[in-house]
Ligand binder design. Structure first.
Ligand code: DGJ
Length: 745
């Protein structure tokens, strides 16, 4: 028997207490067994396998809990025709199916050839195992269309990144009608439920949960960017329990995935006629049509997939670790998010040197580390009708440029950040007057405006250069540590008349590729600069943009109670280490709700803390509360941002309560945030039983806010996890928080 084996990692050491203990032999392996033609990946707690069947197709075999290395997986065999209506090519699952040969389920790739042929049948040609990556070459049975499939394995989490490169090796152009990064195939079964995220502006991150039934559920954006309405993340749980999210977060099988793409995208979750569930994701096929010239290549985004037996809690902890360790630009050790101040809600467009300096002084006095000036500092930008595109400092507001403000901010011990919206233009701007042809549009047709702005066509090389150059210039001329990169509308009329009509639809790919390349180039030229992805809140949060941005703005909605649910949904897919949350004024401008300052702080302290209130109106007691809270936050932020998150009580579904717990990587600290919506009928706050502590270690209780009816000051991890703690909390919109610190023996 021939065996090609790549053993990547060796032994995993688990730290229990302070003594390193040898855990079971784990590591990561990618094997190809030539006799059975089975490819097998073992990584983290996961085994993933597929084989080459008799026809030469790649056929999925297994995706689930890690198997013993001695467990042999049987070879791939094509499935028999189910009926004349369900031919064998449609009932045999494939890793990456071309549309052809009687395929009725979702194809991964569909191509139209110039002679009218639209049949594509992809068979295995060769493979390569290289460290933690596996690359396979497929080819159409008759035509020179090559597909390279890539599998990138993360040995820590078992998350696999899959993508494809389609190459036209024929002598004629062809059109790619649709192209996915991957199809994930689940073990056969009918007891699955699907969880996904929907929303709208100021109301992102709504968790949806439903049984998977025959047919397709399509998650997508047709908007040119990721979107508030749907996020490219999914989780499929076995068991189908309608309230699995409420009951036990930390057990049960969950398969999950996230697509790394910031353009129009599509994930289809499909249960076929033989109860096979597949999840296919990649470019959105709607209005796609990518012409590929001879020799041309199209690379898909990466579709990441993972598996856990530890429920939704385990799934998100794996994703968080993966994002922090492998995706973010500063991975594997991203710097913690500084405490920021942002001027938007305090001043809107009405920024000027004196006003910003006054805010900066107040911000510094409470412990803010980064002062960010938002919209309004450039061009004729007094409201949202004009100025976007004119990235020169407004000389009426800042007569001496930005330097005096930046110096002032530095002298106060903070670094300086600036808002930009590089991809947009107001028709009332010098940029638009000079280059009306730079916007996405169909010439001769009306142009739809959103917030009085149009989208610059970043796919154009000249627009790409313009955007890079103005940003590079601002960063060269000013000592700026941070850009808040905003994007405030979706596409409409996505025409690109500077290229041949047959190539116009490439805009869906080239725009996003250029966006990524600008971010890459900027980061290389200005390595100290951090960037936030904002799109009117959470309209552009995905694993694609997170490769180039250090944090995101999850929502414009800063109401601290609404935020509990938004933030809860956010953390199913994304780490709190990128989730910015500001404390703003009360009553909140969105919900009109009045909440105390400590409630607002504790809600925001579940992520990267910011302050966006008008500090010029604060009273001395507000400054005292803020100083106390920011000091407390700095003691726990490493744990909150980079630790393990346990969602102990969900705020969803009209819940009266919500509780989160974060545990430090070395389990030396846990921090708990608890919120009460409204007391009713004298019910006590539910007992909080912690998770993830060392059972044998002692932990000391330190209050940030609130108190317990009775609680020891020191007890074992086992005590806090089994007995728990009862908070004394009554009233409306109340909050409490505490730390548990491991006691050194
Ligand atoms: C939308 C963002 O989400 C806000 O935080 C703010 O930056 C405004 N744009 C400014 O126009």
């Amino acid at each position: 028997m021939t065996k090609v084996n790549s053993l990547i990692a060796g032994v995993v050491l688990m730290l229990i207490g302070c003594a390193p203990v040898r855990a079971q032999q784990e590591g990561t392996a990618i094997n190809y067994e030539a006799e059975s033609k089975v490819f097998r990946v073992d990584a983290g707690g996961v085994t993933y396998a597929f084989g080459i069947n008799e026809r030469g197709e790649l056929q999925p075999l297994y995706w689930g809990a890690r198997l013993r290395s001695t467990d042999k997986l049987s070879a791939a065999h094509i499935k028999p025709e189910h009926a004349s209506f369900d031919v064998t090519s449609s009932v045999t699952p494939q890793e990456y199916a071309g549309w052809g040969a009687g395929l009725y389920v979702e194809p991964a790739l569909k191509i139209s050839f110039p002679d009218g042929n639209r049949d594509l049948v992809l068979h295995y040609v060769s493979h390569r195992i290289d460290g933690s990556s596996l690359t396979l070459k497929l080819k159409d049975v008759l035509r020179d269309v090559d597909v390279e499939l890539r599998y990138q394995i993360d040995s820590d989490t078992g998350i696999i990144g899959r993508s494809a490169i389609v190459e036209n090796a024929t002598k004629e152009p062809l059109v790619i009608d649709q192209a996915a990064a991957a199809t994930w195939t689940l073990p056969r079964g009918t007891d699955y439920s699907l969880t996904y995220l929907t929303g709208r502006w100021a109301g992102e991150w709504n968790l949806q949960h439903e049984a998977i039934r025959p047919g397709q559920r399509v998650l997508e954006s047709r908007r040119g960017s990721t979107s508030h309405q749907n996020n490219p993340w999914f989780a499929v749980a076995r068991g189908g329990a309608a309230d699995i999210l409420q009951q036990d977060q930390d057990s049960g099988e969950v398969w999950f995935g996230a697509l790394a793409w910031s353009g129009s995208w599509r994930i289809s979750v499909e249960q076929d006629q033989l109860q096979q569930v597949r999840v296919t994701g990649g470019f959105n096929a709607f209005d796609f049509g990518y012409r590929l010239m001879p020799g041309g290549r199209l690379e898909t985004p990466v579709f990441y997939g993972g598996y856990t037996r530890e429920g939704f809690g385990g799934a998100s902890r794996l994703l968080h670790r993966f994002e922090l360790g492998k995706i973010l630009p500063q991975s594997p050790h991203p710097k913690p998010r500084p405490v920021i101040y942002n001027s938007w809600e305090a001043t809107e467009f009405n920024v000027n040197e004196a006003g910003q300096e006054a805010l900066a002084e107040k911000a510094a006095s409470i412990g803010v580390e980064r002062f960010v000036m938002d919209d309004g500092w450039f061009g004729e930008r007094d409201n949202d009708h004009a100025g976007l595109g004119d990235w020169q400092v407004n000389s009426a507001k800042f007569p001496n440029g930005l330097a005096p403000l930046i110096q002032k901010v530095h002298s106060l011990g903070m670094d300086f950040g600036l808002w930009v919206e590089p991809e947009m233009v107001n028709p009332d701007s010098n940029l638009y007057r000079a280059h009306p042809d730079w916007v996405l549009n169909f010439p001769g047709r009306p142009r739809t405006e959103g917030r009085n702005q149009l989208v610059l066509n970043l796919a154009r090389p000249d627009v790409r250069e313009y955007v890079f150059n103005f940003l590079d210039k601002i960063l060269k001329e000013n000592d700026i540590a941070f850009l808040k990169w905003d994007y405030n509308r979706n596409w409409s009329e996505p025409g690109w008349d500077a290229v041949a009509p047959e190539d116009e639809k490439q805009v869906y790919v080239k725009y996003v590729e250029n966006l990524y390349s600008i971010l890459r180039q900027l980061r290389a030229a200005h390595p100290g600069v951090e960037i936030e992805s904002c799109s009117g809140g959470g309209g552009r949060v995905d694993l694609g943009i997170l490769r180039y941005t250090d944090e995101v703005w999850p929502s414009d909605n800063t109401d601290p109670f609404d935020r509990l649910t938004l933030q809860d949904g956010f953390t199913y897919a994304y780490t709190p280490g990128v989730m910015m949350a500001w404390v703003t004024d009360s009553p909140n401008g969105f919900a009109g709700r009045t909440t105390s300052l400590d409630y607002r702080f504790l809600s925001s302290m579940q992520g990267g803390l910011g302050v966006g209130a008008n500090l010029l109106k604060w009273q001395p007691e507000d400054f005292a509360t803020a100083t106390r809270m920011i000091t407390a936050y700095k003691q726990v932020r490493e744990t909150v941002q980079h630790g393990s998150l346990y969602r102990l009580i969900s705020p969803r579904g009209g819940s009266e309560h919500s509780v989160t717990e974060s545990v430090a990587k070395d389990r030396s600290q846990a921090v708990v945030f608890a919120f009460l919506h409204s007391s009713q009928f004298l019910y006590p706050f539910p007992t909080i039983r912690l998770r993830g502590l060392e059972p044998e270690a002692d932990y000391k209780l330190e209050w940030i806010e609130g108190r317990a009816s009775r609680a020891p000051s020191v007890a074992s991890g086992a005590y806090w996890m089994s007995n728990g703690i009862d908070l004394e909390m009554r009233g409306d919109f109340k909050a409490a928080a505490f730390r548990l610190e491991r006691v050194q023996k």
